[in-house]
Design a protein around this ligand. Sequence first.
Ligand code: ADP
Length: 477
Amino acid sequence: MDLTEFLNKEQFSSFVNGDFVSSKNEDTNNFISPVTKKAWKSFSLASEQQVQTAIEAAQNAFFQWKITPSPVRGMFLRQCGDALLANKELLADVMAMEMGKTIRDGIKEVEYSAGFFHWFAGEAERIYGLTIPSQHIEKRIMVLKEPIGVSGLITPWNFPLAMPARKIGAALAAGCTAILKPASECPLSGLAIAYIFQSLGLPPGVLNVVIGDEKKIGKALLESPIVRKIGFTGSDEVGKYLYAQSAPTLKKLTLELGGHAPFIVFDDANLERVIEGIMISKFRNSGQTCIAPNRMIVQEKIFPEFLKELIKSLKEIKTGNPLNPSTDLTNILHSSASKKVKKHVDDAVKKGAKIEYEGKEMCDPFVLSGVTENMLIFNEETFGPVVPITTFKTMPEAIMLANRSQYGLASYLFTENLTTAHIIIGALEYGIIGLNDGLPSSPQLPFGGMKYSGFGKEGGPSGMDEYLVEKSVSIRI
Ligand code: ADP
Protein backbone atom coordinates (compact mmCIF):
# COMPACT_ATOMS: atom_id res chain seq x y z
CA MET A 1 0.00 0.00 0.00
CA ASP A 2 1.42 3.41 -0.87
CA LEU A 3 0.66 6.68 0.91
CA THR A 4 -2.23 7.48 -1.48
CA GLU A 5 -3.91 4.16 -0.76
CA PHE A 6 -3.30 4.59 2.95
CA LEU A 7 -4.86 8.05 3.00
CA ASN A 8 -7.78 6.95 0.83
CA LYS A 9 -8.87 4.43 3.46
CA GLU A 10 -12.05 5.11 5.40
CA GLN A 11 -10.95 3.97 8.83
CA PHE A 12 -7.89 4.86 10.84
CA SER A 13 -6.45 4.04 14.20
CA SER A 14 -3.54 4.89 16.46
CA PHE A 15 0.01 3.85 15.58
CA VAL A 16 1.53 1.97 18.50
CA ASN A 17 4.76 -0.01 18.58
CA GLY A 18 5.06 -0.05 14.80
CA ASP A 19 1.46 -1.04 13.99
CA PHE A 20 -1.85 0.64 13.36
CA VAL A 21 -3.99 -0.80 16.14
CA SER A 22 -7.76 -0.68 16.51
CA SER A 23 -9.23 -0.02 19.88
CA LYS A 24 -10.92 -3.05 21.41
CA ASN A 25 -13.73 -0.99 22.85
CA GLU A 26 -14.48 0.22 19.29
CA ASP A 27 -14.81 3.79 20.44
CA THR A 28 -14.73 5.70 17.17
CA ASN A 29 -14.94 9.29 16.03
CA ASN A 30 -16.81 9.74 12.76
CA PHE A 31 -15.20 12.75 11.27
CA ILE A 32 -17.21 15.32 9.30
CA SER A 33 -15.06 17.36 6.91
CA PRO A 34 -15.60 21.08 7.57
CA VAL A 35 -15.34 21.61 3.79
CA THR A 36 -17.87 19.13 2.41
CA LYS A 37 -19.88 18.96 5.68
CA LYS A 38 -20.15 15.24 4.96
CA ALA A 39 -18.83 12.16 6.75
CA TRP A 40 -15.22 11.79 5.69
CA LYS A 41 -13.13 9.36 7.74
CA SER A 42 -13.52 7.52 10.98
CA PHE A 43 -10.92 7.15 13.71
CA SER A 44 -10.77 4.44 16.29
CA LEU A 45 -9.93 6.14 19.58
CA ALA A 46 -7.08 4.82 21.67
CA SER A 47 -7.99 3.13 24.92
CA GLU A 48 -6.11 3.98 28.10
CA GLN A 49 -4.32 0.66 27.79
CA GLN A 50 -3.15 1.55 24.28
CA VAL A 51 -1.72 4.84 25.48
CA GLN A 52 0.16 2.95 28.19
CA THR A 53 1.35 0.44 25.59
CA ALA A 54 2.60 3.34 23.44
CA ILE A 55 4.54 4.75 26.41
CA GLU A 56 6.09 1.36 27.16
CA ALA A 57 6.89 0.77 23.48
CA ALA A 58 8.64 4.14 23.34
CA GLN A 59 10.58 3.25 26.48
CA ASN A 60 11.64 -0.14 25.09
CA ALA A 61 12.66 1.37 21.76
CA PHE A 62 14.61 4.18 23.44
CA PHE A 63 17.59 2.12 24.52
CA GLN A 64 18.30 0.98 20.96
CA TRP A 65 17.36 4.24 19.19
CA LYS A 66 19.57 6.24 21.50
CA ILE A 67 22.64 4.27 20.40
CA THR A 68 21.63 4.05 16.74
CA PRO A 69 24.38 5.96 14.88
CA SER A 70 23.24 9.51 14.30
CA PRO A 71 23.68 9.34 10.48
CA VAL A 72 21.22 6.43 10.50
CA ARG A 73 18.72 8.41 12.57
CA GLY A 74 19.28 11.29 10.18
CA MET A 75 18.69 9.05 7.18
CA PHE A 76 15.18 8.15 8.38
CA LEU A 77 14.39 11.83 8.85
CA ARG A 78 15.81 12.82 5.46
CA GLN A 79 13.80 10.11 3.73
CA CYS A 80 10.65 11.16 5.54
CA GLY A 81 11.20 14.75 4.32
CA ASP A 82 11.69 13.44 0.77
CA ALA A 83 8.50 11.40 1.00
CA LEU A 84 6.55 14.47 2.10
CA LEU A 85 7.85 16.47 -0.86
CA ALA A 86 6.96 13.65 -3.23
CA ASN A 87 3.36 13.78 -1.96
CA LYS A 88 2.74 17.54 -1.68
CA GLU A 89 -0.63 17.68 -3.42
CA LEU A 90 -1.93 14.59 -1.67
CA LEU A 91 -1.05 15.94 1.78
CA ALA A 92 -2.36 19.41 0.96
CA ASP A 93 -5.67 17.76 0.03
CA VAL A 94 -5.77 15.96 3.38
CA MET A 95 -5.20 19.22 5.27
CA ALA A 96 -7.85 20.98 3.21
CA MET A 97 -10.36 18.27 4.09
CA GLU A 98 -9.27 18.12 7.75
CA MET A 99 -9.39 21.79 8.62
CA GLY A 100 -10.12 23.86 5.53
CA LYS A 101 -6.60 25.04 4.72
CA THR A 102 -6.28 26.19 1.11
CA ILE A 103 -4.37 23.93 -1.26
CA ARG A 104 -1.93 26.79 -1.79
CA ASP A 105 -1.19 27.12 1.94
CA GLY A 106 -1.17 23.34 2.29
CA ILE A 107 1.53 22.86 -0.32
CA LYS A 108 3.67 25.48 1.42
CA GLU A 109 3.09 23.70 4.71
CA VAL A 110 4.28 20.40 3.25
CA GLU A 111 7.46 22.11 2.04
CA TYR A 112 7.91 23.73 5.46
CA SER A 113 7.40 20.36 7.19
CA ALA A 114 9.87 18.59 4.90
CA GLY A 115 12.33 21.38 5.71
CA PHE A 116 12.20 20.39 9.40
CA PHE A 117 12.92 16.75 8.65
CA HIS A 118 15.78 17.74 6.37
CA TRP A 119 17.17 20.22 8.89
CA PHE A 120 17.05 17.76 11.77
CA ALA A 121 18.52 14.99 9.59
CA GLY A 122 21.67 17.13 9.51
CA GLU A 123 21.39 18.21 13.13
CA ALA A 124 21.38 14.57 14.28
CA GLU A 125 25.06 14.48 13.31
CA ARG A 126 25.90 17.68 15.19
CA ILE A 127 25.31 16.67 18.80
CA TYR A 128 28.61 18.11 19.92
CA GLY A 129 29.73 17.87 23.52
CA LEU A 130 32.47 19.91 25.16
CA THR A 131 35.91 19.36 26.60
CA ILE A 132 36.96 22.05 29.06
CA PRO A 133 40.42 22.62 30.56
CA SER A 134 40.15 21.90 34.28
CA GLN A 135 41.71 24.00 37.06
CA HIS A 136 43.17 20.76 38.43
CA ILE A 137 46.24 19.50 36.59
CA GLU A 138 45.31 15.86 37.19
CA LYS A 139 41.80 16.11 35.78
CA ARG A 140 40.13 16.03 32.39
CA ILE A 141 36.56 17.25 32.23
CA MET A 142 33.94 17.00 29.53
CA VAL A 143 30.25 17.40 28.83
CA LEU A 144 28.31 14.79 26.88
CA LYS A 145 24.90 15.47 25.38
CA GLU A 146 22.40 12.66 25.46
CA PRO A 147 18.73 12.24 24.52
CA ILE A 148 16.40 13.02 27.40
CA GLY A 149 14.18 10.01 26.81
CA VAL A 150 10.56 9.33 25.91
CA SER A 151 8.89 12.51 24.70
CA GLY A 152 5.19 13.38 24.57
CA LEU A 153 4.41 15.68 21.65
CA ILE A 154 1.08 17.54 21.62
CA THR A 155 0.12 19.56 18.56
CA PRO A 156 -2.68 21.95 17.48
CA TRP A 157 -5.08 22.00 14.51
CA ASN A 158 -3.79 25.04 12.60
CA PHE A 159 -0.66 23.33 11.19
CA PRO A 160 -1.59 19.63 11.21
CA LEU A 161 1.58 18.52 9.44
CA ALA A 162 4.21 21.12 10.31
CA MET A 163 3.74 21.08 14.09
CA PRO A 164 4.19 17.29 14.33
CA ALA A 165 7.12 17.51 11.87
CA ARG A 166 8.91 20.19 13.89
CA LYS A 167 8.65 18.15 17.08
CA ILE A 168 9.18 14.64 15.73
CA GLY A 169 12.20 15.83 13.74
CA ALA A 170 13.91 17.30 16.80
CA ALA A 171 13.05 14.40 19.12
CA LEU A 172 14.11 11.60 16.79
CA ALA A 173 17.28 13.42 15.70
CA ALA A 174 18.31 13.78 19.34
CA GLY A 175 17.81 10.05 19.89
CA CYS A 176 14.55 10.33 21.81
CA THR A 177 11.52 8.19 21.10
CA ALA A 178 8.13 9.83 20.91
CA ILE A 179 4.40 9.64 21.37
CA LEU A 180 2.56 12.19 19.25
CA LYS A 181 -0.92 13.31 20.22
CA PRO A 182 -2.15 15.33 17.25
CA ALA A 183 -5.09 17.74 17.51
CA SER A 184 -8.43 15.96 17.70
CA GLU A 185 -9.61 18.03 14.70
CA CYS A 186 -6.71 16.93 12.48
CA PRO A 187 -5.40 13.47 13.31
CA LEU A 188 -4.79 12.27 9.75
CA SER A 189 -1.73 14.34 8.87
CA GLY A 190 0.08 12.98 11.94
CA LEU A 191 -0.89 9.44 10.96
CA ALA A 192 0.47 10.10 7.46
CA ILE A 193 3.88 10.79 9.03
CA ALA A 194 3.59 7.56 11.02
CA TYR A 195 2.73 5.64 7.85
CA ILE A 196 5.75 7.10 6.02
CA PHE A 197 8.07 6.10 8.86
CA GLN A 198 6.54 2.62 9.01
CA SER A 199 7.16 2.21 5.26
CA LEU A 200 10.75 3.35 5.76
CA GLY A 201 11.28 0.63 8.36
CA LEU A 202 11.64 2.84 11.43
CA PRO A 203 12.07 0.46 14.39
CA PRO A 204 8.77 -0.19 16.24
CA GLY A 205 8.12 2.10 19.19
CA VAL A 206 10.41 4.94 18.07
CA LEU A 207 7.38 6.93 16.96
CA ASN A 208 3.86 6.31 18.22
CA VAL A 209 0.78 8.36 17.33
CA VAL A 210 -2.21 8.17 19.64
CA ILE A 211 -5.63 9.43 18.57
CA GLY A 212 -8.30 9.97 21.18
CA ASP A 213 -9.56 11.88 24.14
CA GLU A 214 -7.14 14.75 24.85
CA LYS A 215 -7.68 14.76 28.60
CA LYS A 216 -7.16 11.01 28.97
CA ILE A 217 -4.08 10.93 26.75
CA GLY A 218 -2.73 14.07 28.37
CA LYS A 219 -3.18 12.60 31.84
CA ALA A 220 -1.44 9.37 30.90
CA LEU A 221 1.54 11.24 29.43
CA LEU A 222 1.73 13.68 32.33
CA GLU A 223 1.49 11.10 35.10
CA SER A 224 3.96 8.68 33.57
CA PRO A 225 7.45 8.87 35.07
CA ILE A 226 8.70 7.29 31.83
CA VAL A 227 7.78 10.39 29.82
CA ARG A 228 10.67 12.80 30.42
CA LYS A 229 9.70 15.59 28.07
CA ILE A 230 6.60 17.36 26.79
CA GLY A 231 6.76 19.38 23.57
CA PHE A 232 3.58 21.39 23.16
CA THR A 233 2.08 23.92 20.78
CA GLY A 234 -1.35 25.28 21.62
CA SER A 235 -3.25 27.62 23.89
CA ASP A 236 -1.64 29.25 26.93
CA GLU A 237 -4.43 27.80 29.07
CA VAL A 238 -3.52 24.20 28.19
CA GLY A 239 0.20 25.07 28.25
CA LYS A 240 -0.03 26.27 31.85
CA TYR A 241 -1.96 23.13 32.79
CA LEU A 242 0.74 20.91 31.24
CA TYR A 243 3.44 22.92 33.03
CA ALA A 244 1.75 22.50 36.40
CA GLN A 245 0.97 18.83 35.87
CA SER A 246 4.55 18.09 34.82
CA ALA A 247 5.87 19.20 38.19
CA PRO A 248 5.35 15.92 40.11
CA THR A 249 7.45 13.98 37.58
CA LEU A 250 9.80 16.91 36.83
CA LYS A 251 9.49 16.76 33.06
CA LYS A 252 11.34 19.11 30.78
CA LEU A 253 9.00 21.26 28.67
CA THR A 254 8.95 23.23 25.48
CA LEU A 255 5.86 25.41 25.30
CA GLU A 256 4.83 27.29 22.17
CA LEU A 257 1.75 29.19 23.25
CA GLY A 258 -0.28 32.09 21.92
CA GLY A 259 1.03 35.23 20.31
CA HIS A 260 -0.22 38.76 19.68
CA ALA A 261 2.26 40.07 17.17
CA PRO A 262 2.77 43.78 16.61
CA PHE A 263 3.54 44.92 13.06
CA ILE A 264 5.30 48.29 13.23
CA VAL A 265 5.46 50.45 10.12
CA PHE A 266 7.64 53.56 10.17
CA ASP A 267 7.12 56.52 7.82
CA ASP A 268 10.31 55.63 5.94
CA ALA A 269 9.25 52.02 5.26
CA ASN A 270 9.20 50.60 1.75
CA LEU A 271 5.43 50.39 1.24
CA GLU A 272 5.58 47.68 -1.38
CA ARG A 273 7.44 45.45 1.08
CA VAL A 274 5.04 46.38 3.88
CA ILE A 275 2.00 45.28 1.90
CA GLU A 276 3.75 42.13 0.72
CA GLY A 277 4.65 41.46 4.38
CA ILE A 278 1.07 41.91 5.57
CA MET A 279 -0.38 39.70 2.87
CA ILE A 280 1.88 36.81 3.80
CA SER A 281 1.95 37.24 7.57
CA LYS A 282 -1.67 38.20 8.17
CA PHE A 283 -3.44 36.12 5.53
CA ARG A 284 -1.42 32.90 5.55
CA ASN A 285 -3.80 30.27 6.88
CA SER A 286 -6.40 33.09 7.06
CA GLY A 287 -4.70 34.62 10.09
CA GLN A 288 -5.02 31.38 12.06
CA THR A 289 -1.36 31.31 13.04
CA CYS A 290 0.25 32.21 16.35
CA ILE A 291 2.69 34.53 14.57
CA ALA A 292 0.01 36.42 12.61
CA PRO A 293 0.23 40.18 13.19
CA ASN A 294 -2.67 41.25 15.36
CA ARG A 295 -1.79 44.87 15.89
CA MET A 296 -0.70 47.12 13.02
CA ILE A 297 1.19 49.99 14.60
CA VAL A 298 1.57 52.53 11.82
CA GLN A 299 3.28 55.92 11.89
CA GLU A 300 0.94 58.80 11.16
CA LYS A 301 2.42 60.17 7.91
CA ILE A 302 2.49 56.89 6.03
CA PHE A 303 -0.95 55.79 7.29
CA PRO A 304 -3.18 57.18 4.43
CA GLU A 305 -1.00 55.70 1.68
CA PHE A 306 -0.62 52.46 3.67
CA LEU A 307 -4.39 52.10 3.96
CA LYS A 308 -4.95 52.83 0.27
CA GLU A 309 -2.39 50.26 -0.86
CA LEU A 310 -3.60 47.66 1.64
CA ILE A 311 -7.20 47.93 0.47
CA LYS A 312 -6.09 47.77 -3.15
CA SER A 313 -4.37 44.44 -2.44
CA LEU A 314 -7.26 43.07 -0.42
CA LYS A 315 -9.62 43.64 -3.34
CA GLU A 316 -7.58 41.14 -5.32
CA ILE A 317 -7.90 38.38 -2.73
CA LYS A 318 -10.24 35.54 -3.64
CA THR A 319 -12.01 33.86 -0.71
CA GLY A 320 -13.49 30.48 -1.55
CA ASN A 321 -13.48 26.72 -1.35
CA PRO A 322 -10.09 25.63 -0.01
CA LEU A 323 -10.01 22.66 -2.38
CA ASN A 324 -9.90 24.99 -5.38
CA PRO A 325 -6.17 25.51 -6.10
CA SER A 326 -6.71 29.16 -7.08
CA THR A 327 -8.35 30.14 -3.76
CA ASP A 328 -6.28 32.63 -1.73
CA LEU A 329 -8.30 32.68 1.46
CA THR A 330 -10.35 29.76 2.77
CA ASN A 331 -14.06 30.17 3.41
CA ILE A 332 -13.71 27.73 6.33
CA LEU A 333 -12.46 29.24 9.56
CA HIS A 334 -12.13 27.12 12.68
CA SER A 335 -15.34 27.61 14.67
CA SER A 336 -13.48 29.23 17.56
CA ALA A 337 -11.77 31.64 15.13
CA SER A 338 -14.90 32.89 13.39
CA LYS A 339 -16.63 33.52 16.74
CA LYS A 340 -13.61 35.49 17.92
CA VAL A 341 -13.41 37.56 14.71
CA LYS A 342 -17.03 38.65 15.13
CA LYS A 343 -16.60 39.39 18.83
CA HIS A 344 -13.45 41.46 18.23
CA VAL A 345 -14.83 43.42 15.28
CA ASP A 346 -18.12 44.19 17.12
CA ASP A 347 -16.29 45.26 20.27
CA ALA A 348 -13.85 47.50 18.38
CA VAL A 349 -16.62 49.20 16.40
CA LYS A 350 -18.65 49.74 19.59
CA LYS A 351 -15.63 51.43 21.16
CA GLY A 352 -15.02 53.75 18.20
CA ALA A 353 -12.93 51.89 15.60
CA LYS A 354 -13.77 52.54 11.95
CA ILE A 355 -14.33 49.74 9.46
CA GLU A 356 -12.17 50.68 6.46
CA TYR A 357 -12.75 47.46 4.55
CA GLU A 358 -15.50 44.99 5.25
CA GLY A 359 -15.83 41.40 4.16
CA LYS A 360 -19.19 39.73 3.60
CA GLU A 361 -18.40 36.87 5.93
CA MET A 362 -16.12 36.45 8.94
CA CYS A 363 -13.69 34.52 6.72
CA ASP A 364 -13.16 37.61 4.50
CA PRO A 365 -10.59 40.33 5.27
CA PHE A 366 -11.61 43.18 7.56
CA VAL A 367 -9.64 46.37 8.16
CA LEU A 368 -10.24 48.51 11.24
CA SER A 369 -8.61 51.88 11.91
CA GLY A 370 -8.61 53.91 15.11
CA VAL A 371 -7.95 50.82 17.23
CA THR A 372 -7.11 51.73 20.83
CA GLU A 373 -5.67 49.91 23.83
CA ASN A 374 -9.03 49.48 25.55
CA MET A 375 -10.39 47.26 22.74
CA LEU A 376 -10.43 43.46 22.99
CA ILE A 377 -8.70 43.17 19.64
CA PHE A 378 -5.69 45.05 20.99
CA ASN A 379 -5.40 42.68 23.93
CA GLU A 380 -6.44 39.21 22.74
CA GLU A 381 -5.22 37.02 19.90
CA THR A 382 -7.83 37.12 17.08
CA PHE A 383 -6.88 34.13 14.89
CA GLY A 384 -8.68 35.47 11.82
CA PRO A 385 -8.24 37.76 8.79
CA VAL A 386 -8.77 41.08 10.58
CA VAL A 387 -6.27 43.93 10.26
CA PRO A 388 -6.57 46.33 13.24
CA ILE A 389 -4.62 49.57 12.87
CA THR A 390 -3.36 51.92 15.58
CA THR A 391 -1.32 54.97 14.61
CA PHE A 392 1.66 56.46 16.43
CA LYS A 393 3.80 59.60 16.28
CA THR A 394 7.14 58.80 17.93
CA MET A 395 9.49 55.84 18.27
CA PRO A 396 9.03 55.50 22.07
CA GLU A 397 5.28 55.43 21.51
CA ALA A 398 5.69 52.62 18.95
CA ILE A 399 7.84 50.60 21.36
CA MET A 400 5.39 51.10 24.20
CA LEU A 401 2.42 50.01 22.06
CA ALA A 402 4.29 47.02 20.61
CA ASN A 403 5.36 45.68 24.00
CA ARG A 404 1.97 46.24 25.58
CA SER A 405 1.03 42.58 25.55
CA GLN A 406 1.53 39.66 27.87
CA TYR A 407 2.60 37.63 24.84
CA GLY A 408 6.04 37.64 23.26
CA LEU A 409 6.16 35.36 20.25
CA ALA A 410 6.56 37.15 16.89
CA SER A 411 6.86 40.80 15.93
CA TYR A 412 7.39 42.67 12.69
CA LEU A 413 9.18 45.88 11.93
CA PHE A 414 9.27 47.81 8.66
CA THR A 415 11.77 50.61 8.26
CA GLU A 416 14.58 51.52 5.86
CA ASN A 417 16.53 53.26 8.63
CA LEU A 418 19.31 51.11 10.10
CA THR A 419 19.44 53.00 13.40
CA THR A 420 15.68 52.76 13.92
CA ALA A 421 15.86 49.06 13.08
CA HIS A 422 18.57 48.32 15.65
CA ILE A 423 16.90 50.35 18.40
CA ILE A 424 13.58 48.61 17.87
CA ILE A 425 15.12 45.13 17.57
CA GLY A 426 16.79 45.77 20.93
CA ALA A 427 13.58 47.03 22.53
CA LEU A 428 11.07 44.43 21.33
CA GLU A 429 10.12 41.84 23.95
CA TYR A 430 9.52 39.12 21.38
CA GLY A 431 11.24 35.83 20.60
CA ILE A 432 11.01 36.31 16.83
CA ILE A 433 11.47 39.51 14.83
CA GLY A 434 10.84 40.00 11.12
CA LEU A 435 12.68 43.08 9.89
CA ASN A 436 11.09 44.00 6.56
CA ASP A 437 10.13 40.34 6.47
CA GLY A 438 6.59 39.02 6.76
CA LEU A 439 7.61 35.39 7.06
CA PRO A 440 10.34 35.03 9.66
CA SER A 441 9.78 31.35 10.38
CA SER A 442 11.99 28.79 8.68
CA PRO A 443 13.35 25.42 9.80
CA GLN A 444 16.85 26.88 10.19
CA LEU A 445 15.81 29.69 12.59
CA PRO A 446 14.91 28.94 16.23
CA PHE A 447 11.18 29.49 16.76
CA GLY A 448 9.84 30.33 20.20
CA GLY A 449 8.53 33.00 22.48
CA MET A 450 8.97 34.94 25.70
CA LYS A 451 6.60 35.86 28.52
CA TYR A 452 3.15 34.20 28.17
CA SER A 453 4.08 32.82 24.75
CA GLY A 454 6.08 30.13 26.52
CA PHE A 455 9.65 28.99 26.46
CA GLY A 456 12.03 26.80 24.53
CA LYS A 457 12.88 26.83 20.85
CA GLU A 458 11.84 24.65 17.97
CA GLY A 459 13.90 24.30 14.79
CA GLY A 460 17.22 26.02 14.23
CA PRO A 461 20.51 25.14 15.92
CA SER A 462 18.91 25.17 19.41
CA GLY A 463 15.82 23.09 18.51
CA MET A 464 17.43 19.73 19.21
CA ASP A 465 18.84 20.90 22.58
CA GLU A 466 15.29 20.83 23.91
CA TYR A 467 15.45 17.03 23.62
CA LEU A 468 18.95 16.61 25.03
CA VAL A 469 20.39 16.51 28.55
CA GLU A 470 23.95 17.19 29.57
CA LYS A 471 26.09 14.67 31.37
CA SER A 472 29.19 16.16 33.03
CA VAL A 473 32.16 13.84 33.31
CA SER A 474 35.22 14.43 35.46
CA ILE A 475 38.21 12.12 34.90
CA ARG A 476 41.16 11.88 37.28
CA ILE A 477 44.20 10.74 35.36
P1 ADP B 1 -6.08 25.26 20.22
O1 ADP B 1 -6.80 26.44 20.73
O2 ADP B 1 -5.01 25.52 19.24
O3 ADP B 1 -6.98 24.11 19.85
P2 ADP B 1 -5.44 23.77 22.59
O4 ADP B 1 -4.45 24.15 23.61
O5 ADP B 1 -6.86 23.65 23.00
O6 ADP B 1 -5.20 24.81 21.44
O7 ADP B 1 -5.03 22.40 21.90
C1 ADP B 1 -3.73 22.12 21.46
C2 ADP B 1 -3.45 20.63 21.65
O8 ADP B 1 -3.55 20.34 23.04
C3 ADP B 1 -4.47 19.72 20.96
O9 ADP B 1 -3.81 18.57 20.51
C4 ADP B 1 -5.42 19.37 22.08
O10 ADP B 1 -6.11 18.16 21.86
C5 ADP B 1 -4.44 19.24 23.23
N1 ADP B 1 -5.06 19.35 24.56
C6 ADP B 1 -6.09 20.11 24.95
N2 ADP B 1 -6.37 19.90 26.26
C7 ADP B 1 -5.47 19.00 26.71
C8 ADP B 1 -5.21 18.36 27.97
N3 ADP B 1 -5.94 18.61 29.04
N4 ADP B 1 -4.19 17.49 28.05
C9 ADP B 1 -3.41 17.22 26.97
N5 ADP B 1 -3.62 17.77 25.77
C10 ADP B 1 -4.62 18.64 25.63
